[in-house]
Design a protein around this ligand. Structure first.
Ligand SMILES: *Cc1c(COP(=O)(O)O)cnc(C)c1O
Ligand SMILES: [Zn+2]
Length: 425
C-alpha cells in the first residue's frame, strides 16, 4: 500500500495518513498500491497456505505477517448452476456463495480487513452503522479477535440480524430511525468517544476486504475473466470493491481484460441506478467526477440490506459501472422475493432478499436481450436467507399441518403425485 486517493477530487494522502475522509473535499478515500512491488511479491500466483482472504496479503493494506486470523473469512465456493442455466438457456452461469462466511454474509470480508486495521492502529472499540449485516459481521469478528463492538442499526432491522449481533456480544444501539439516521449517529459517536469507525464508505478498508471476492472468482474460474458480475447494491461499496478487485488483477498483470459490473437495485431504493442513468443521458465524453452529485431517494425496499436513502459509497459505484460498461438494473421487490425460492429450489442456495436480487436482475437482462446466453456471468449471493425469514416466508407459504398418521400424509395437499424429481421429468 502506498497511500490513499480521493474518489471524488483525486487528491492523494500518504500511507501514514490515519484520517478517514479526504481532507480536501470530504470525499471517500481509495487505498492505492505500488503495483509493481505487489506484482513481484505475487509472482504470477498468490501465496498459498491459507484458504481465507488473507492469502491475498500482497494486495491488502495491513501490516504483515499477522498471526492467523481466528475465523475463516472468504474462500467461499463458486458454484456452476446447471438448473438455473437450463431454465434460461444459458451455459456459463455461476453463483458466488458468500452465505458461507462466518456471519453468513459478504460483509465479513470488509470486517476482517477493518478489524485488521483497527488492530494495526491500536483501537480497542470498533463501531459501525449498519442495516444489519455489517453490524452482525463486525460483532462476529470483533468477538473472534477480542475487540469490543458497538453497532448502530435501524430498530426495524430483521430480528435474526439483531439476535446475531447480541449473541456476539455487541452493544446494539437500535435507532428509532432509518439506516441514514443510524449512520450519522455512529459518525458522531465515534468522534465523541474515539471509537474506530468501520462504517461503509467512511472507512476505506472495507473496499479492500470486499475486493478479494473478485480475486477468488478469478482463481476459481482458472484464470478466466467473466463477461459480467452481477452485484446487489445499496451503499455501492460492494460493487466498487468487486470492480477494484478486477482492476487490481489487471494492474499486477494477472489478467488483461475486465468484466462488466452490473448494478442491481430495487425500484424502491435505486439512488445509484438513477444517477447512472442520469450520467448516461448526457453525452459528455468525460465525466467530471469531482462535481457529480449522487442522487438521494426515500428507500423502502423489502431487501433491507440494500435499503439506502443516501448511498455512502455511491460515487465509487457509479464510476465503476460506467468505467466497466456495466448495466444499471432496477427490479421490483416482487421480482426479488420470487427469486428467493427459485434459486433455493434450483440450486440449494438460500439467499436473503438482497442476495437474490442479482438473479432477478439477470432475468431482467435476459428478457430484454441485453445479455447473450453464452456469456460467462457470476451472480454474487451476498447474504444468507436465514438472516431474514419473514421475507422468504411471504413467498414459500406454510408447511402442511397434519396428524401423525399415514392417512394424513396421503390426504395432505397438494397431492403426493406432484412429488416428482425434476431430473426424472
Ligand atoms: C451490504 C449488502 C449488500 C450491498 O452492499 P453495499 O455496499 O451496501 O452496496 C448486498 N447484499 C447484502 C446481503 C449486503 O449485506
Ligand atoms: Zn477529495
Amino acid at each position: 500500500m502506498n497511500g490513499y486517493k480521493c474518489v471524488a477530487c483525486s487528491v492523494v494522502q500518504s500511507p501514514g495518513f490515519e484520517g478517514f475522509l479526504c481532507p480536501a473535499c470530504g470525499g471517500n478515500l481509495d487505498v492505492s498500491y505500488d503495483y509493481d512491488e505487489a506484482a513481484s511479491k505475487i509472482d504470477g500466483r498468490f501465496a498459498e497456505g491459507s484458504n481465507d482472504l488473507f492469502r491475498f496479503a500482497a494486495l491488502l493494506p495491513l501490516k504483515w505477517p499477522r498471526s492467523p486470523f481466528p475465523l475463516r473469512v472468504g474462500g467461499t465456493p463458486l458454484y456452476p448452476v446447471r438448473p438455473l442455466e437450463e431454465l434460461k438457456g444459458m451455459c456459463n452461469l455461476y453463483l458466488k456463495d458468500e452465505t458461507l462466511n462466518p456471519s453468513a454474509s459478504l460483509k465479513d470480508r470488509a470486517s476482517a480487513v477493518t478489524v485488521g486495521r483497527a488492530l494495526d492502529v491500536g483501537a480497542g472499540v470498533v463501531a459501525v452503522a449498519s442495516t444489519g449485516n455489517a453490524g452482525s459481521s463486525l460483532a462476529c469478528l470483533a468477538a473472534a479477535t477480542g475487540l469490543v463492538s458497538v453497532v448502530f442499526v435501524p430498530a426495524s432491522a430483521p430480528e435474526a440480524k439483531l439476535t446475531q449481533m447480541l449473541a456476539f456480544g455487541a452493544r446494539v444501539m437500535a435507532v428509532n430511525g432509518t439506516y441514514d439516521d443510524a449512520y450519522d449517529l455512529c459518525t458522531a459517536a465515534c468522534t465523541e468517544f474515539g471509537w474506530f469507525n468501520r462504517s461503509t464508505g467512511y472507512n476505506a478498508f472495507t473496499r479492500e476486504g470486499k475486493k478479494t471476492c473478485a480475486y477468488e472468482i478469478w482463481q476459481d474460474l482458472g484464470g478466466r475473466v467473466p463477461d459480467r458480475v452481477m452485484v446487489s447494491t445499496g451503499d455501492g461499496n460492494t460493487l466498487s470493491a468487486i470492480w477494484k478487485g478486477w482492476c487490481d488483477l489487471k494492474a499486477v498483470g494477472l489478467i488483461d481484460s475486465l468484466p462488466k459490473i452490473d448494478c442491481v437495485q430495487s425500484q424502491a431504493s435505486a439512488a445509484i441506478n438513477d444517477t447512472i442513468q442520469q450520467v448516461r443521458s448526457v453525452d459528455d465524453v468525460v465525466v467530471d467526477w469531482s462535481r457529480l452529485v449522487v442522487r438521494e431517494v426515500s428507500a423502502s425496499t423489502v431487501a433491507d440490506s440494500i435499503s439506502v436513502d443516501r448511498p455512502r459509497d455511491g460515487l465509487a459505484a457509479v464510476k465503476a459501472v460506467i468505467q466497466s460498461g456495466g448495466e444499471a438494473i432496477t427490479v421490483s421487490d416482487q421480482e426479488i422475493l420470487a427469486a428467493i425460492p427459485e434459486m433455493a429450489q434450483l440450486t440449494g442456495v438460500f439467499a436473503e432478499p438482497a442476495a437474490a436480487a442479482p438473479w432477478a436482475g439477470l432475468k431482467h437482462l435476459l428478457k430484454n436481450q441485453m445479455v447473450a446466453r453464452e456469456e460467462l456471468v457470476v451472480c454474487i449471493v451476498s447474504g444468507s436467507g436465514l438472516k431474514d425469514i419473514s421475507s422468504a416466508s411471504k413467498e414459500v407459504g406454510q408447511p402442511c399441518l397434519i396428524e401423525p398418521s399415514l392417512k394424513a400424509v396421503k390426504e395432505s395437499h397438494p397431492p403426493l403425485d406432484v412429488l416428482v424429481p425434476c431430473n426424472q421429468v
